[in-house]
Design a protein. Structure first.
Length: 317
């Protein structure tokens, strides 16, 4: 389906939602709405709540542009609902979305597919007190909740006395806690758009830790594009990012976050199936460097939903 056909349909931008990343999602949604309006599409912003199905029917939404981050939006739940309602949508499907947000399951798949990812251990919330000092990964290490985004609940543990507080902090967000080897190299990210890796960005926060504040506050992080890696390591980082994207079954677009070791070898940390689209977001920066303006990027993502329409027609024949 071409742009001209989609312009005849009413597009609902699903934003806000019920996760802790609600405010970022609203910013993403507003930016997407403006881009689509500028391109001549019929757009309606929908603040996602428990009455989503009713709103979709009331507004007669024919295509959904998912601008949700975190749980209940990026984890397969909304995707499943849209499948049942026969509303085509942007981004990855139910399974890929669920796997990507579940960092532990994603890492198990990476190991199976021989995609480099930092070694890790898993703890459950109820085991924190008992197993806090039985972790075999040497300090420093990273502690994070299994299913959360925007570095919420993430800590870098450098001293033994920091272990228990970090585990408890992660436990506020999820019952499963990921303890991961801390990589001492650079933090990089690779956007993937329709199975094509975009230019790599190095993330260099002034604080030394790319936390929530560094992510969403102007001037707190330097973004270097293209990332200063040697050609071999650069191409390998793009290759493993694309492999991670495909291993999880992602579609349309995603952002793959990686860390390098001290020799510059890349390791996949996680895959974000609905990357941010705010003024400080990384996917738009990479796309712009590749010559794709923001409005065109949004339209290219939207066209992914049209492919789902065509595939559905083939299945129903």
């Amino acid at each position: 389906m071409k742009e001209s056909s989609l312009k005849k349909k009413k597009i609902g931008v699903l934003m806000g939602g019920l996760s802790r990343e609600r405010e970022i999602s609203l910013k993403t949604g507003r930016a997407i709405i403006k881009a689509l309006l500028d391109k001549g599409y019929q757009v309606c912003g929908i603040d996602v709540g428990y009455d989503l199905a009713e709103k979709l029917l009331q507004e007669r939404i024919e295509v959904a542009f998912i601008a949700l981050h975190g749980r209940y939006g990026e984890d397969g739940t909304i995707q499943g609902m849209l499948e049942l309602m026969r509303i085509p949508y942007t981004g990855s499907g139910v399974l890929a979305s669920a796997l990507a947000l579940h960092k532990i399951m994603a890492k198990k798949i990476f190991l199976y597919e021989k995609i480099p990812t930092p070694p890790f251990e898993v703890l459950h919330r109820e085991e924190i007190e008992k197993k806090a000092h039985q972790i075999s990964i040497p300090l420093p290490f990273v502690v994070k909740p299994s299913r959360e985004g925007s570095t919420l609940g993430v800590s870098i543990v450098r001293k033994a006395e920091e272990i228990l507080p970090a585990l408890k902090e992660a436990g506020k967000y999820d019952e499963e806690i990921l303890v991961e080897v801390f990589m001492k190299g650079k933090e990089i990210t690779v956007g993937v758009l329709h199975n094509i890796p975009l230019p790599i960005i190095e993330i260099a926060p002034k604080s030394g830790f790319y936390d929530y504040h560094s992510k969403y506050t102007k001037g707190e992080t330097e973004y270097i594009i293209p990332a200063p890696l040697n050609r071999e390591k650069y191409l390998f980082a793009q290759e493993v990012s694309l492999r991670a994207f495909r291993a999880l079954g992602c579609s349309d677009c995603a952002r793959v976050d990686l860390m390098t070791d001290e020799e510059g070898n890349p390791y996949v940390i996680d895959v974000n199936t609905m990357p941010g689209m705010t003024e400080t977001s990384l996917l738009p920066k990479a796309a712009a460097y590749a010559g794709i303006p923001f409005e065109d990027l949004v339209e290219k993502i939207l066209l992914g939903a049209s492919l789902k329409i065509e595939n559905e027609k083939k299945i129903l024949k």
